[in-house]
Design a protein around this ligand. Structure first.
Ligand code: APR
Length: 233
């Protein structure tokens, strides 16, 4: 699997943060921290019940203080530091555990808990604490700040950069994601199309498991350090 690889794209999902104590999106009950995803992760939900949506992300943001990066985040950060070729970590996670572990070549394609987005002018601003509805944007002075989360139906961030990296990739690795949400679920197909090797690391086979050349099943805290060791040889 590993020989002759220079350019790597790594996709991570909620499974990479599970062992840090953050709930995955699709729990056994199908709920995300007790809520239906459509009640907290759509622009319709935000329009219908702004208090609930802001409170939900305030709670998720506050929870970040209680958790720390695990061995999977640490190993990916070590790979980022040591890897001489191109490397891009694309996370669907809105937590900050990759960057707290030290990863630099990182894209948060679904937004970030510790950021607020102005619905009026599009300016994003670092936001470490609670975000009351109608908070004022310092760019356009309108009371339009919302959580900087890519809701269902919205375009994920940096898709052009991600697509370019996938097209140059020799290896695509998907870690801890159920493969239920596009466009991220389709990255493996782009990678295969350009002839990259494809590897999945997950607790259970994902929805698109059959697209991967190789699947390794187990906890990210074990599988990711092992892979990084293999890559750094
Ligand atoms: N190690 C590896 N994988 C794990 C672990 C672990 N310790 N624990 C759970 N997993 C796996 C699960 O088996 C599951 O396949 O992580 C996956 C998590 O899947 P989801 O909860 O669906 O999360 P994710 O794929 O990141 O969700 C994608 O959906 O709601 C949206 O925008 C949200 O970014 C999110 C997107």
């Amino acid at each position: 699997m590993i020989g002759d690889i220079r350019n790597i794209v790594i996709l991570t999902g909620a499974g990479v943060s599970a062992e840090s104590g953050l709930a995955t999106f699709r729990g056994p009950d199908g709920l995300w921290e007790g809520h239906r995803v459509e009640d907290v992760c759509t622009s319709e939900a935000l329009a219908r019940d702004v208090e609930l949506v802001h409170r939900f992300y305030d709670e998720r943001r506050a929870k970040l203080i209680e958790v720390t990066p695990n061995a999977a985040h640490e190993a990916l950060a070590a790979l980022d530091r040591a890897w001489g070729g191109e490397l891009l970590i694309v996370t669907q996670n809105v937590d900050d555990l990759h960057e707290r572990a030290g990863a630099k070549r990182l894209i948060h394609m679904h937004g970030e808990l510790k950021s607020a987005l102005c619905a009026a002018c599009g300016k994003a601003v670092a936001w470490p604490g609670p975000l009351p509805p109608a908070s004022v944007c310092d760019g356009c002075s309108r009371p339009s700040l919302r959580p900087d989360i890519v809701f269902f139906g919205e375009m994920p961030y940096e898709m052009e950069r991600i697509d370019a990296a996938l097209r140059d990739a020799d290896l695509f690795v998907s870690i801890g994601t159920s493969g239920a949400v596009y466009p991220a679920a389709g990255f493996v197909q782009t990678a295969r199309h350009v002839g990259a090797r494809t590897l999945e690391l997950n607790l259970d086979p994902s929805a698109g498991s059959f697209y991967f050349e190789e699947s390794r099943m187990g906890p990210a805290s074990k599988l990711v350090p092992d892979l990084v060791q293999e890559l750094l040889g």
